[in-house]
Design a binder for this molecule. Structure first.
Ligand SMILES: C[S@@+](CC[C@H](N)C(=O)[O-])C[C@H]1O[C@@H](n2cnc3c(N)ncnc32)[C@H](O)[C@@H]1O
Length: 188
């Protein structure tokens, strides 16, 4: 087979001509590229990273490999990771994001250098509603100049949108620099 896979013939499940396999590959590639960009963007900064949407632990595992397990706090409503991928109990927060992100505000507020919000579901309306309350909750935890990456669009005053590498028509990923002019020098 030649050419890009999504140029192939349509199937019942097509989105823009891409098969489910193509879309999964595009999604995971975009995620990894965006996380690599984010990790490099916050290099030299101190402060924790957040995995908001632990899920099956794929991106958590990647972040802990890049940043160190002691740097990454994980959030989800359940624990569904494979054996060996469980975050340490002191950095694992199970429950609704509304409660768990509020609970860490006293200890982590204003300190986070990188937040990965990976909360997307097949229900776009639900995701948009969730994005509306999630963004300010994340903002309260971020340090100026920190980076947010997400699988869904977020909007927050003072966040500068950036197109992360790997995002494209095959799979969109989203990134922002948080309050870049607020006491920190913005890098491109
Ligand atoms: C797309 S999955 C995360 C995938 C994960 N990052 C990975 O790489 O395996 C989204 C996760 O967010 C969780 N989630 C969504 N909304 C939530 C909420 N309001 N509170 C807690 N967990 C939530 C879901 O249960 C699910 O496990």
């Amino acid at each position: 087979m030649t050419g890009t896979p999504w140029a192939a013939g349509a199937t019942l499940f097509d989105r823009a001509g891409a098969t489910l396999l193509d879309r999964m590959i595009a999604r995971l590639t975009a995620q990894r590229d965006a996380l690599n960009w984010a990790v490099e963007r916050v290099e030299g900064r101190t402060g924790p990273a957040l995995e908001i949407g632990l899920g099956k632990g794929r991106t958590y595992d990647y972040l802990r490999a890049r940043l160190g397990v002691e740097q990454v706090y994980a959030f989800d409503d359940g624990l569904r990771v494979p054996p060996g991928c469980e975050p340490p109990p002191e950095r694992l927060f199970l429950g609704d994001f509304r409660d768990t992100l509020a609970a860490v505000r006293a200890t982590l507020g204003g300190t986070v250098r990188l937040a990965h919000a990976d909360f997307g579901s097949p229900d776009q309306i639900h995701d948009r509603e969730q994005a509306a309350w999630l963004a300010p909750m994340i903002d309260a935890l971020m340090q100026p100049g920190g980076v947010v990456v997400s699988d869904r669009p977020l909007s927050c005053a003072g966040w500068q949108p950036v197109e992360p590498p790997g995002s494209g028509p095959a799979w969109r990923y989203h990134a922002w620099i948080v309050r870049p002019g607020d006491g920190q020098v913005s890098q491109s």
